[in-house]
Design a protein around this ligand. Structure first.
Ligand code: ADP
Ligand code: MG
Length: 142
């Protein structure tokens, strides 16, 4: 597991961009942390790495934003989802199997049913401009 302290929004974006070097078609990134923890900023950095030209922000009403970069990037925000059934109804499994990169905010809502092979990115608020970021690669063996 890697742990970083980010001192600014732009540093979080940069961390996301660097982290993205480890991603490829079919990768799943589960992002955890409270509102304002910086999940979407981190996603922006990942999207930069894939040369996404669309505006990246939390898909509040749409649940899923699809971006077109060097790979398809699915940015899924489960904040408003009430339960697992509702999430599966948006076609969550198809996104996972689409061969794109899936970035899932509020992944805690899928606790226990996410594929075991994934990255877990946990973000926490330390103070106004400081965030903690932990990154772990899960492969189902631990
Ligand atoms: N070190 C930091 N990293 C990321 N965001 C930060 C940081 N410091 C302050 N912020 C602010 O926190 C907010 C994070 O928002 P956002 O990424 O949308 O959070 P989330 O998607 O987790 O709800 C932004 O307003 C951003 O400017
Ligand atoms: Mg967000």
């Amino acid at each position: 597991m890697e742990i970083f302290i980010s001192k600014s929004e732009s540093e979080t974006v940069k961390r996301g961009k660097e982290f993205a070097q480890q991603l490829h078609a079919g990768s799943l990134v589960a992002l955890y942390g409270d509102l304002g923890a910086g999940k979407t900023q981190f996603v922006k950095g990942i999207c930069e790495a894939f040369e996404v030209k669309e505006v990246v922000n939390s898909p509040t009403f749409t649940i899923v934003n699809e971006y077109h970069g060097t790979l398809p990037v699915f940015h899924i925000d489960l904040y408003r989802m009430k339960n697992v059934d509702e999430i599966l109804n948006i076609g969550f499994d198809e996104y996972l199997e689409s061969g794109g990169v899936c970035l899932v905010e509020w992944a805690e809502k899928l606790d226990g049913i996410l594929p075991e092979k994934r990255f877990d990115v946990r973000m926490s608020v330390i103070d106004n401009s400081t965030r903690g970021i932990s990154i772990a690669f899960m492969n189902g063996n631990s």
